[in-house]
Design a protein around this ligand. Structure first.
Ligand code: TMP
Length: 253
């Protein structure tokens, strides 16, 4: 078989050219990074879990009419997606104070915010993804006013959907990050949710105990990351088997 063409390799995923024009294949690696890749590790099973979890969230969004780039999962680590032009913004939606917001404004982590707060960061690893305002986005032409209206509406729909899905399994959606892409259809462009939605890009806390079930487990050395992600997958009914039994064949006597 001919070798696939690699389009891009990021910190947690590799993108390959897809089988048809306008498609790409997204491969989920086991690599975890934090603090703009100053902290790195390979965590066996993470890619498999994020592939499944992102499939679950993106499928749910597609089903309620929130367009995403996701087409279908291909195998344990890969999914077929529509090729899109990523808008160079990380869109963060917050329901509770945590992470950089808590630090920046001196808020106690876990404080309920009066309303969801949407923040934008300029996607540039060399600069450490600095936070920007709509003024910067308009002035530098990263997105139009119409795009920004659509991005805000999409982000809040994603927030409502994810909050509800997580609450139903006893998990609080504290905050999350999404990326948005442009898909061209003839003369029209449409915005779609792209990249991934997984515990790498969300803060998920058990409602009862406050236990962290997201990448903060790795960022803050709180325990085993795949155990945390498996717990999320199990509660959502996404993965019945543990990732260890998925990645390692077991001998059957
Ligand atoms: P923050 O509190 O560190 O700004 O993170 C806000 C949310 O965005 C949190 O759910 C983690 C997610 N996030 C990413 O997905 N990628 C990143 O590079 C960063 C810094 C945060």
């Amino acid at each position: 078989m001919a070798r696939r063409k690699k389009i891009y390799e990021g910190k947690a995923k590799i993108l390959y050219e897809g089988p048809e024009p306008g498609t790409i294949v997204q491969y989920f690696k086991d690599d975890a990074t934090a603090f703009n890749a100053q902290k790195k590790a390979t965590i066996e099973g993470k890619g498999v879990l994020n592939n499944r979890l992102s499939e679950f969230f993106m499928t749910g969004l597609n089903n309620i009419g929130v367009p995403t780039h996701f087409i279908k999962r291909l195998n344990m680590r890969e999914q077929l997606c529509r090729a899109c032009e990523i808008i160079p913004l990380e869109i963060i939606v917050r329901n509770y104070a945590a992470g950089s917001l808590a630090t920046r404004l001196g808020l106690e982590e876990g404080m309920a915010l009066p309303r969801p707060i949407v923040e934008y960061c300029y996607k540039d690893d060399k600069l450490g993804d600095p936070m920007v305002t709509e003024e910067h986005i308009a002035a530098f032409g990263w997105a139009s006013q119409q795009d920004m209206d659509d991005i805000l509406a999409l982000s809040l729909r994603v927030n409502d959907f994810l909050s509800g899905v997580m609450m139903a399994v006893g998990i609080r959606l504290v905050d999350f990050k999404i990326e948005i892409g442009r898909v061209y259809e003839g003369d029209f462009q449409r915005l779609v949710v792209a990249d991934e939605i997984s515990p790498d890009s969300c803060r998920l806390w058990d409602i009862e105990t406050g236990q962290k079930l997201d990448k903060d487990v790795f960022r803050r050395d709180l325990g085993n990351l795949t155990d945390a992600y498996s717990e999320v997958a199990k509660r959502l009914g996404v993965l019945q088997q543990s990732p260890a039994s998925v990645t390692k064949p077991t001998l059957i006597n």
